[in-house]
Structure formats: C-alpha cells, structure tokens
Design a protein around this ligand. Structure first.
Ligand code: FAD
Length: 318
C-alpha cells in the first residue's frame, strides 16, 4: 500500500502580512510549522503503516509539499516520525499559485512519487536529490533533475491517467484545510484531477479492507458513515489523531536521508498550469481588516437610545 500525505508549511504566527504589490502572502523569513491538520493526516498514515507492519504487510508513507526550500526541514521531521520518504516541489515557477495551480503541482508530485525512480529510492530506504542539468533550476531554488528535451508539458498526463511507468497511490491524505489559506479546496481538487472519490472532514478512519476505505466524516446534517473504493482522497479533521513525537532513533535516521527536492521541469509540470500563469484567480485587493475596540454606552430613554442607534448605523453607512 502506498499513502501520500500532503503537508503544507504555514506561518507559526496567526499574523498574516500581505505584499501590497503582488497581493500574495509574505512568507520569506518567517518561521514555518506543519499545518496542524496535516500533522494529524500524517499520524493517520503512520498508524496504518504500523498496523500493516504488525500484520507483516508493507506500507509506504510519502510526505509531499510544494513550498520554499526551508520546507525541507519539515519534511525531514515527517521522516523522523516514521514516513518512508519525502518530496519537496520547490521552484520559482510554482510561485503565486492559487489553489488550482497548487493542486496541479501536487498532482505532478504525486505522479513522480509513483514513478519507478522514487519507488526504488523508497524501497532502498533513501530518497534522492537528483542532479540537474546546468541552468535547469530556477535561481535560488534547489536544483533538480532536468526534464528531457520535449518531455515537459505537452506529454504530461491528463486527468485520471498515470504517467508511463508511474502508479498512483492507494490513498492521498490531506488536511481538511490549511490554517493560512483556509480554502479547503486542495483535497477535492486533487480528487478531481485523478478522478478519485473524495471524502472531506474525516473524523474517524474505521477500516481499510478489500480495496475499500470506510470512514466517519462530518456533514452539515451530522456524522455520516461512508465507504469508498481505493484509490481515494481523504481530507481529515485536526482531532482525528494526536500526532506522535519523533523518536531519537527516528531523528538520527532522518538526518541521513536526503529529501528529494524537485523543480517544475523535473516533475514535467506544464508551465501554463503552474504558478501565477496557471492561476485563474485574480486578487483585486487584499488587506488585514482593522479592528476597533471603541464602545459607546447609550444614555437616555428607550426612544432616545433607538434614535442614537439609527444615527450610528447611518454614520457607519449601514
Ligand atoms: P487548503 O485547500 O485549505 O488546504 C487543504 C490541504 O491541502 C492542506 O491541509 C494540505 O494537506 C494540502 N495543501 C495545501 N497546500 C499545500 C502545499 N503547498 N503543499 C502540500 N500540501 C498542501 N501562496 C503562497 O505561498 N505564495 C504565493 O505567491 C501565493 N500566491 C497566490 C496567488 C493567488 C492569486 C491566490 C488566490 C493564492 C495564492 N497563494 C499563494 C495561496 C495559495 O494559493 C494557497 O495557499 C494554496 O493554493 C493552498 O490553498 P489553501 O491554503 O487554501 O489550502
């Protein structure tokens, strides 16, 4: 069984700063942590891996992120906790991505994880950082494997297809939402790209057997028990599991495992579907809402207070 856990690096503080010119979130230079929902998703995957190991069965857990080079440390932490391997997609070509371009980039990474090369690396217990042809990686990003001439976008697989020699994972786990972006769109978008069933806001993983996964998930009407065939995408709630701490042995082992860091060309990402170019969302204006703590105590009779409320509402343009 192969499980891919999508892990997003989010700012450790709740204070969000926006670039006034590009209208994107300012991330550089700020400490990042793993999105708490994704930490829970990883724990779900590791629990499945433990169960399978106890039953003498294999299970590969891959952690995947699209982010800045520093995200590598968070992925290494995932390996220290028990993940089998990790892949970081890091390239200026991915910058400015909206959710559509982000899920597309992640889908390219998922296909790469299922490719023969990545599978072999995981089987041998080590992932790899591939050598790039000179000039193939974006400035300031880690170098990755260069795409063979003509092997990029045009030949990239369409929805629901695996690249030649590549196999899709049995399970893709995402957090229900990222605490900074907050759209909760990535999981369902990945399911759409791969034509897989998707269950959102999963609160309990009940069973995985006979090629099906059974879960309890939250809906507006309450908790629902559903069973879907594998491969599938699940997005999980934060309290589905308590993330384990990395063991000392795990930290030591992870220190020696290179995290694969690949560029857009390495994963055959279509430039027209990546980053700002592949983002149909137009941010017209972004701002942090101003909060005012002023309070007025209304005096006088009830009609006088009512008149004052109306005046205040009119002043506020309501
Ligand atoms: P959600 O859909 O809420 O996340 C759900 C789950 O998806 C997560 O729990 C996680 O499992 C997975 N996931 C989400 N993102 C990632 C990831 N990167 N790697 C791995 N797993 C992930 N953000 C920037 O950092 N830089 C930019 O320049 C930038 N430009 C933007 C431009 C536009 C026009 C827009 C609309 C957004 C931009 N963003 C940018 C925000 C970025 O698009 C979102 O953060 C991203 O698409 C994920 O959406 P979300 O945070 O709402 O994730």
């Amino acid at each position: 069984m192969h499980i891919v856990v999508c892990v997003k690096a989010v700012p450790s503080s709740t204070e969000v700063k926006m670039d006034p010119v590009t209208h994107t979130i300012v991330r550089d230079g700020r400490e990042s942590v793993v999105n708490p929902f994704d930490a829970a998703a990883l724990e779900v995957a590791l629990a499945i891996k433990d169960e399978r190991a106890a039953a003498g069965e294999g299970c590969r857990v891959s952690v995947l992120s699209m982010g800045i080079p520093a995200t590598e440390a968070l992925l290494r932490d995932g390996i220290a906790r028990g993940a089998s391997d990790a892949l970081l997609l890091s390239d200026r070509a991915f910058a400015g991505a909206d959710t559509l371009a982000t899920s597309y980039a992640l889908s390219c990474g998922i296909r790469e994880l299922g490719s023969a090369g990545m599978g072999d690396a995981a089987a041998s217990g080590a992932s790899e950082q591939r050598a790039a042809a000179p000039g193939s990686a974006a400035p300031g990003t880690p170098e990755g494997r260069a795409a063979a001439p003509g092997s990029a976008a045009p030949g990239a697989p369409e929805h629901g297809e695996s690249a030649p020699g590549s196999s899709l994972p049995d399970l893709i786990l995402c957090g229900k939402m990222a605490v900074d972006g907050d759209t909760a769109q990535i999981g369902p978008e990945l399911a759409g790209l791969f034509d897989m069933p998707c269950v959102t806001d999963v609160r309990e993983l009940v069973a995985i057997e006979r090629g099906r996964v059974t879960v309890r998930h939250a809906t507006d009407a309450g908790i629902e028990l559903v069973e879907v065939p594998l491969p599938a995408v699940l997005t999980v709630a934060k309290d589905i599991a308590q993330p384990r701490m990395p063991s000392i042995a795990g930290v030591r082992a992870a220190a020696g495992v290179p995290v694969a860091v690949l560029s857009a060309a390495c994963v055959q990402a279509d430039p027209a579907r990546s980053g700002l170019a592949g983002s149909p969302t137009q941010v017209v204006r972004s701002f942090v809402p101003e909060r005012s703590d002023t309070c007025e105590v209304l005096e006088g009779s009830v009609p006088q207070q009512a008149a004052r409320i109306i005046a205040l509402a009119e002043e506020a343009g309501l």
